[in-house]
Ligand binder design. Structure first.
Ligand code: PL4
Length: 401
C-alpha cells in the first residue's frame, strides 16, 4: 500500500477558505430563507471590463487560425513581461527576471518547492494561510505546538506595533513572507518600514518573498507599491503579483514573479537560475488567452479600466469601514486595501464569525484563521456587488449592543 505523505498529516486544520465555504453552506441548508451576503473570501465579483474582454476574445480567435495558433509559452509572452517591467517597475527588470504564472498562490507553492525544507520560515502574524500551510506541506514547518508550528517564526502585527513586526525576532537565513498591502490586516508598509525590512534581510542573509497581490489598491502616493522601490531589495527579495484582484482575473488566472539576477543563495549560486529550472520543470506556462488579456489590461485603456475597478472595490471598503466605525468597532485597512481588519477585543473570532452570520446573514473571515495574533479580529472583504455591500452594511447594525 502507498503511504500517506506525513507532511499532509501535519496540517493542523482544513484550509481556511474551504472551511468558511463549508460553514456558509451549512448555515444556508439550515436557513434556506436567508439571503446570505459574502464579505468573506476575497473573490472578485464584477464582470471583466470591455477592453480586457476584447483582448481575451481576440486571442481566442487568433488561436483558431492557422497563422495565429501558438502552443506552450513556457515562461510567458516576452511582450507581456516587457510591459510588466515598464508599468510596474519603470523598466528596471529584464524579461529574464520576470516570470508569468497562473497566479500568485501557485507561485508561492512552487517557491516552496524550490527553497525546500531546510530554511527557517518567518511569517507576519496574521498572514495569508498559504505561507504557513504550504510550508507544512513541504516539511519546512516543524511540529505543531498547540499555538503554531515550531519551525515557523510568527511575527505579531498588532495595533500596538502599527501592524509592522519586530524584525529583531527574524532568524538568520530565513525565508520571510511579507505581504503589503497586507492580507488580512489591510495595513500598508511605509517606505521607511520597507527600508528596515530590506536592511534586516541583507544583514541576516534572509530572502523576502514579497507578496504584492494588492498593490494596485494603493492610492497614497507616499506608500511603495513594490519592494523594489528600495534599491537594495534586488539582492534580497522576490516579488509576487497577480492580475486577480486589480482586473478580476481570479477565475481567468494570471500572475507574475520577479526574481532579480542579483539574488543569490548563501553559496553564491543564482536564485534566478533555479527559478527558471523549477518553472521549466513543474510548470508549463500560463494560458495564452489569459496572457493576451493581461497584456490588454496594461495598455492605456486597460490601465484605465484597472483603476476604475480598484476604485469600485475601494469605495465598497469605505462603506464597510464607515458602517463598522458607526457601530463603535475599531479597524485598520480599507483605505489602500480591499480588506478591513476589525477588532473585537477579548472575543473568539470564530464565535464572532458565527454571530455575524446568524444575526446579519453576512459571511466574514475570522481572524484566528490567519494565525494566532488574528484572534479577536474579523476580516471584512470589500469584494462584492455595490447593492450587496450597501445591504450588508445595513444588516451589520444588528451587531449594535
Ligand atoms: C481564496 C496575499 C484571497 N482560493 O489569485 P492569485 O493566486 O493570483 O492570488 C491569491 C492570493 C495571493 N496572495 C495573497 C492573497 O490574498 C491571495 C488571494 N487571497 C483571500 O480571501 O485571502 C482569496 C482566497 C483562494 C485562495 O486560497 O487563495
Amino acid at each position: 500500500m502507498v503511504k500517506r505523505n506525513s507532511d499532509l498529516a501535519n496540517l493542523k486544520a482544513g484550509y481556511l477558505f474551504p472551511e468558511i465555504a463549508k460553514r456558509r453552506r451549512e448555515f444556508a441548508q439550515a436557513h434556506p430563507e436567508a439571503n446570505i451576503i459574502s464579505l468573506g473570501i476575497g473573490n472578485t465579483t464584477e464582470p471583466l471590463t470591455p477592453h480586457v474582454t476584447a483582448g481575451l476574445v481576440a486571442e481566442a480567435q487568433r488561436l483558431g487560425t492557422e497563422a495565429g495558433y501558438s502552443g506552450y509559452q513556457d515562461e510567458g509572452l516576452p511582450t507581456l513581461r516587457e510591459r510588466i517591467s515598464e508599468v510596474f517597475y519603470d523598466g528596471k527588470f529584464d524579461i529574464s527576471e520576470i516570470f508569468i504564472s497562473d497566479g500568485a498562490k501557485c507561485d508561492i507553492g512552487r517557491l516552496q518547492v524550490m527553497f525546500g525544507s531546510e530554511n527557517p520560515v518567518t511569517v507576519q502574524d496574521p498572514s495569508y494561510p498559504v505561507y504557513v500551510d504550504g510550508s507544512v506541506l513541504i516539511g519546512a514547518a516543524g511540529g505543531w505546538n498547540g499555538n503554531g508550528y515550531n519551525g515557523i517564526t510568527y511575527l505579531p502585527c498588532t495595533a500596538e506595533n502599527g501592524y509592522f513586526p519586530d524584525l529583531s525576532k527574524v532568524p538568520a537565513g530565513s525565508l520571510v513572507y511579507f505581504c503589503s498591502p497586507n492580507n488580512p490586516t489591510g495595513a500598508v508598509a511605509t517606505r521607511e518600514q520597507l527600508e528596515n525590512l530590506v536592511a534586516m534581510a541583507i544583514e541576516k542573509g534572509c530572502i523576502i518573498i514579497y507578496d504584492a497581490a494588492y498593490s494596485e489598491f494603493i492610492r497614497d502616493p507616499e506608500l511603495p507599491k513594490t519592494i523594489y522601490d528600495i534599491p537594495d531589495a534586488v539582492t534580497c527579495a522576490i516579488e509576487l503579483n497577480s492580475f486577480s484582484k486589480p482586473i478580476g482575473f481570479t477565475g481567468v488566472r494570471l500572475g507574475w514573479s520577479v526574481v532579480p539576477k542579483e539574488l543569490q543563495y548563501q553559496s553564491g549560486e543564482s536564485v534566478n537560475a533555479d527559478w527558471h529550472r523549477i518553472s521549466g520543470t513543474i510548470f508549463n506556462g500560463a494560458s495564452n488567452v489569459a496572457q493576451a488579456g493581461g497584456l490588454a489590461s496594461l495598455d492605456p485603456d486597460g490601465l484605465r479600466e484597472m483603476r476604475a475597478g480598484t476604485d469600485f472595490y475601494l469605495e465598497n471598503a469605505k462603506l464597510i469601514k464607515r458602517a463598522i466605525t458607526d457601530l463603535g468597532i475599531t479597524s485598520v485597512g480599507g483605505e489602500n486595501s480591499p480588506y478591513i481588519w476589525a477588532h473585537f477585543p477579548g472575543r473568539d473570532s470564530w464565535q464572532v464569525f458565527s454571530d455575524i452570520l446568524e444575526k446579519c446573514h453576512v459571511v466574514t473571515t475570522p481572524g484566528a484563521g490567519f494565525g494566532p495574533a488574528g484572534e479577536g479580529y474579523i476580516r471584512f472583504s470589500a469584494f462584492g456587488h455595490r447593492a450587496d455591500i450597501v445591504e450588508a452594511c445595513e444588516r451589520l447594525k444588528a451587531l449594535q449592543v
